[in-house]
Design a protein around this ligand. Structure first.
Ligand code: MV4
Length: 496
C-alpha cells in the first residue's frame, strides 16, 4: 500500500496517520465543516472535505468516503473506531470498489454483529458461555421456563444490541413477562430486529477483553488482556494491561478461547474478544468487537507492537511476523480517557474552548490527542479530548506515573475527567485491584473530588469566572475576559 485514507477524525485519525507515515505510506484525511482546522487535516498529505458537521452527513456517508478514496487514488481505507468501523456493508462496498478495507471482512463483522450468532458459534467451539438461551426467544412460556431454571435475576439481551445497548435486568419471575414484551419491542424499534435471548445475570463481574490479530493466511495470535472494568454507563474511563487478577494459566486459557473465536469467524486484522470474569474466576464469552479499540495503546505498551502497523501489514496480505510463543508481555500500562465531561455534573458533556492545554511528558508517558491550546471541542462528536497512557515496570509504578502525569496535565476552558481519574488512581480499592464493573457507582459521587484548594471562596470564584465566560460568549466580547480567566486559572498550580 502506498496511500491510505483515514475515515475518521480526532486522536485516532492522527494516531493512524503517524504509523502510516513511519511506514512511508501517504495519508488522506477526510473532514467535516466542524473539523476544517483539525490536526488530522493538517497532518495528512491530502485532505478531502466531506460535508456538514453532523456525522450522518459526513463521516457516516459511505459513498462520500469511497468517492474521496477514489479521487485521491488511495489503495486502502482505515476506518478507525466508531463511525463506519463495524459496518459490514461498508467493508463490502470498499472491497467491491477495488479498495483495500483495513479490517475484517463484511462476513466476519456480520457474524459478530449478531450477538446470538456469535454465541452459537462460540458454543460450537466449547467456549464458556453465560448460562442461558443460545437462540432467539419466540415463545413466552418457554422463555419463562428457561428463566426459572436459570434462576433470577436474569438479563434479557437484544441480539442486535451489544456494548450494553438493549439490555434489561429482570429481578423476579413476577416481572418477567412484562419485561420480555418491553425488551422485544425496544429491540425492534432500536435495531429493527426483535430477537432477544436471556442469560443468568452475573452480579459483580470484571470486564476483561483479549486482543487478537489474524492474517489472511489463517494465522491468529492473541496479545493478552486488557482490564476495562472501570466504566460508567458502558463508557470506559480507565483501562489497563495486564489485569491484576489473571493468573498465567487463566490468561493462556482465555487467550486460546479468543483465538478459537477469531478463527471460527475467519477473522482478519485486529479484533477484541470480550469476556466477563465472575468472583469465582469463571470467565464467559460476551461478544467480539471487530475494530481497533480506543484502549489499544495499553496492549502496545506491554507487547512493544504497533497495532496499526500490524493492521496495515495484514491488510496488504503479509503474514504475521511472530508466533504466539514469540509474543512476550512486559511491564504494566494504564490508560485514562480525558473527556470533555463534568464528573461533578453526572459526566455531562462540556463544550468550549481549550483556553489552557498543556500535556504531560517524560519517561513512560504517551498522549494520543487531536487538539491544541485554543481549539474548540466540537459538540457534534464524541467528547474524547485525549488518551493518556503510561507504562511502568509494574502496576505500582504505572499508578505513580499516571498520578504524576495527571498532575502535569493542565486543561482549562472545559471540564474534564482528569480529576475523576486521579481519584481512581488514589483509591484503595483500585490500588488493591479489588474492583468490578460497579466501581464508579459504588465509590464515586459528585462533591467527593477535592476542589482547587478546598476553600469555598475559591469554588465561588471559579463559578463566577465560568458564569462571566458564558456571559462573555453571549455578548461576544472575546479577548480580554478569556485572557483574564485563562491567566487566573493558570496561576493556580493545583487547578485542573
Ligand atoms: C452481562 C452482565 C452480567 N451478566 N451479562 C454490558 C456490555 C455488554 N458487552 C454485556 N454487558 C454485560 N453483560 C450477564 N449475563 C453485565 C454486563 C455489564 C457490563 C459488562 C462489561 C463492562 C461493563 C458492564 C456494565 C454493566 C453491565
Amino acid at each position: 500500500m502506498k496511500k491510505i485514507l483515514v475515515a475518521n477524525r480526532g486522536e485516532i485519525a492522527l494516531r493512524i496517520m503517524r504509523s502510516a507515515r513511519e511506514m512511508n505510506i501517504k495519508t488522506v484525511a477526510v473532514f467535516s465543516e466542524a473539523d476544517r482546522n483539525s490536526l488530522h487535516v493538517r497532518y495528512a498529505d491530502e485532505a478531502v472535505f466531506i460535508g456538514p458537521s453532523q456525522s450522518n452527513q459526513s463521516y457516516l456517508v459511505m459513498d462520500k468516503i469511497i468517492d474521496a478514496a477514489k479521487k485521491t487514488k488511495a489503495d486502502g481505507i482505515h476506518p478507525g473506531y466508531g463511525f463506519l468501523s463495524e459496518n459490514a456493508d461498508f467493508a463490502d462496498k470498499v472491497k467491491s470498489s477495488g479498495i483495500i478495507f483495513i479490517g475484517p471482512s463484511g462476513d466476519s463483522m456480520r457474524m459478530m454483529g449478531s450477538k446470538l450468532a456469535a454465541k452459537t458459534l462460540a458454543g460450537k467451539y466449547k467456549i464458556p458461555l453465560v448460562p442461558g438461551t443460545a437462540k432467539a426467544i419466540d415463545d413466552l412460556k418457554e422463555a419463562k421456563a428457561t428463566a426459572d431454571s436459570i434462576g433470577f435475576p436474569v438479563l434479557i439481551k437484544a441480539s442486535a444490541g451489544g456494548g450494553g445497548k438493549g439490555m434489561r435486568i429482570v429481578q423476579n419471575a413476577g416481572e418477567f413477562e412484562e419485561q420480555m414484551k418491553l425488551a422485544v419491542s425496544e429491540a425492534l424499534s432500536s435495531f429493527g430486529d426483535g430477537a432477544v435471548f436471556i442469560e443468568r445475570y452475573i452480579a459483580s463481574p470484571r470486564h476483561i477483553e483479549i486482543q487478537v490479530l489474524g492474517d489472511t493466511h489463517g494465522n491468529v495470535v492473541h496479545l493478552f488482556e486488557r482490564e476495562c472494568s472501570i466504566q460508567r454507563r458502558h463508557q470506559k474511563l480507565v483501562e489497563e494491561a495486564p489485569s491484576s487478577v489473571l493468573t498465567p494459566e487463566l490468561r493462556n486459557e482465555m487467550g486460546a478461547c479468543a483465538v478459537k473465536i477469531a478463527k471460527a469467524c475467519n477473522y482478519v486484522g485486529a479484533g477484541t474478544v470480550e469476556f466477563l470474569l465472575d468472583e469465582n474466576m469463571n470467565f464467559y464469552f460476551l461478544e467480539m468487537n471487530t475494530r481497533l479499540q480506543v484502549e489499544h495503546p495499553v496492549t502496545e505498551f506491554i507487547t512493544g507492537l504497533d497495532l496499526v502497523k500490524e493492521q496495515i501489514r495484514i491488510a496488504g496480505g503479509e503474514k504475521l511476523l511472530f508466533s504466539q510463543e514469540e509474543i512476550i508481555m512486559k511491564g504494566h500500562a494504564i490508560e485514562i480517557r480525558v473527556c470533555a465531561e463534568d464528573p461533578e455534573n453526572n459526566f455531562l458533556p462540556d463544550v468550549g474552548k481549550l483556553s489552557t492545554y498543556k500535556i504531560p511528558s517524560g519517561p513512560g508517558v504517551r498522549v494520543d490527542d487531536g487538539f491544541e491550546e485554543g481549539m474548540d471541542i466540537p459538540i457534534f462528536y464524541d467528547p474524547l479530548i485525549a488518551k493518556l497512557i503510561v507504562y511502568g515496570k509494574d502496576r505500582n509504578e504505572a499508578i505513580e506515573k499516571m498520578t504524576r502525569a495527571i498532575d502535569e496535565y493542565h486543561i482549562s476552558g472545559v471540564s474534564t475527567t482528569l480529576s475523576f481519574c486521579r481519584f481512581v488512581m488514589q483509591h484503595k480499592a483500585f490500588a488493591e485491584g479489588n474492583f468490578d464493573t460497579h466501581f464508579v457507582k459504588k465509590y464515586f459521587q459528585a462533591g467527593i473530588l477535592p476542589a482547587a484548594d478546598g476553600s469555598e471562596s475559591e469554588i465561588a470564584a471559579l463559578l463566577a469566572v465560568k458564569l462571566l465566560r458564558v456571559k462573555n460568549k453571549a455578548v461576544t466580547i472575546t479577548g480580554h475576559l478569556n485572557g483574564y480567566s485563562s491567566r487566573w486559572k493558570e496561576s493556580r498550580s493545583e487547578y485542573r
